[in-house]
Design a protein around this ligand. Structure first.
Ligand SMILES: [Zn+2]
Length: 60
């Protein structure tokens, strides 16, 4: 099994991780209720997708 010859120092490890960043989730507004929702997903507040009601929601 291949093993690293040297321990990766904190500096080297942390420098590698400078390229890691959190990605902001895509947000669009629902065409039915105007609430923010994720694109290509059923609106979580009104249950509409592509102009049709897909899910019944608890509150109107
Ligand atoms: Zn909606």
């Amino acid at each position: 099994m291949a093993l690293p010859k040297r321990k990766t120092s904190k500096s080297r490890r942390d420098k590698r991780r400078t390229h890691y960043k959190a990605i902001a989730p895509a947000v669009s507004t629902c065409s039915n209720c105007g609430e923010p929702s994720r694109p290509h997903n059923i609106c979580s507040s009104c249950g509409f997708y592509n102009g049709r009601k897909i899910l019944e929601t608890e509150k109107e």
